[in-house]
Design a protein around this ligand. Sequence first.
Ligand code: IMP
Ligand code: MG
Length: 175
Amino acid sequence: MADKIRVMIPEEEVDQRIKEMAEAISRDYEGKQVHLICVLKGGVFFMCELAKRITVPVSMDFMSVSSYGSETKSSGVIKIIKDLDEPLGGKDVLVVEDIIDSGRTLSYLLEMLKDRKPASMKLCTLLDKPDRRVTDVHVDYTGFVIPDEFVIGYGLDYDQLYRNLPYIGVVETEE
Ligand code: IMP
Ligand code: MG
């Protein structure tokens, strides 16, 4: 049976917020070039929408990581599945994520990327679930702070499905 989905953040609101974030980023990076790093696969829809609206020069790279540990609890130790194509030395890097949950994956990843000596490094996330945080992560740009619910859409999956939904939703499970 098809899952029932409740809309948490409608498409228009997500699009409007991404537009505002792109404006803030364009202002902050005035006179510079921003190097966007997408954490696959979840960050891809958000990064594309964001990149289209940024007015300073943009370059992009992609990486894919997986966390060791159980499916539901990230251990914080990550394995690189696909590394970046370009070195980061001297670049103004903006890491683009779909969601920050426990923060374990991100804090490990950011430490690793810092060793590659970018000129600067900031973090941008579409969603933040601060109630679930176990590791401190400094987020520079946040789209929406959401309650502790498992969300899908706009790149986020449930068993690899629903990434293509143009809004943020919650799968309602039958009791
Ligand atoms: P963490 O911050 O290390 O716990 O891991 C964050 C990652 O877990 C995100 O990049 C997502 O891939 C995944 N994740 C966390 N919460 C959700 C959710 O509500 N829906 C879908 N994926 C999630
Ligand atoms: Mg992710």
